[in-house]
Write a protein that binds this ligand. Structure first.
Ligand SMILES: [Cu+2]
Length: 190
């Protein structure tokens, strides 16, 4: 069976080949001039493909900023996960402007010492934040505690759910000295 099929397809290919050639060079049997139009056509295709790749890269880049609008138009909003990375002495997020509503926080301590993550809603700027003994005064009425959890050991990751209203937030590691060392990050929710 196999041998028979292979022989058949070889014959088919032979039968088709002259027609293919005649598409490019109807009036001539010469081999070399054929490369001209064929190479041109291939180049044109390559240019079109490259253009499409560049365009889609552009749309992917711009698409990030369009997401909130797309969600409003699309109807069903997928649950958003935000990645938060703690280290000495920094708090880094996968995005710094978040959509209001339910959100999943994936918090990882990629440092070499313990850290924590506390989220407050506040209208104060960072320089106005209420301090006590060099750390954030978490009991201040200017701060609304939105999300808190246990300290994370080095290498540990946890997932927390939050429901965010539009406004300004600060993310802080308030272990002694950590905030002043740099572990504070502002985030906007809208
Ligand atoms: Cu810390």
């Amino acid at each position: 069976m196999k041998t028979h099929n292979e022989a058949g397809s070889t014959l088919d290919r032979r039968a088709v080949a002259p027609e293919e050639v005649s598409l490019w060079e109807p009036g001539s049997a010469q081999a070399d001039p054929r490369l001209g139009p064929r190479a041109l056509a291939l180049t044109a295709i390559a240019v079109i493909v490259a253009g499409c790749v560049a365009l889609s890269a552009l749309f992917v880049a711009v698409g990030r900023d369009w997401t909130p609008g797309a969600l409003a138009a699309g109807g069903v909003a997928p649950s958003r996960t935000v990645t938060i990375t703690l280290s000495e002495f920094k708090i880094a997020l996968s995005e710094y402007v978040l959509p209001a509503g339910k959100i999943t926080l994936k918090i990882s301590n990629k440092g070499t010492i313990q850290h924590e993550l506390v989220i407050f809603k506040t209208d104060l700027s960072v320089s106005q934040l209420p301090m006590m003994s060099g750390d954030l005064n978490e009991d201040s009425s200017f701060l609304q505690d939105v999300s808190d959890g246990d300290n994370l050991n080095p290498g540990q990751s946890v997932t927390r759910a939050a429901n965010l209203k539009p406004g300004n937030y600060i993310l802080v590691c308030n272990l002694p000295g950590h905030m002043m060392a740099g572990m504070i990050q502002t985030v906007t929710v809208r």
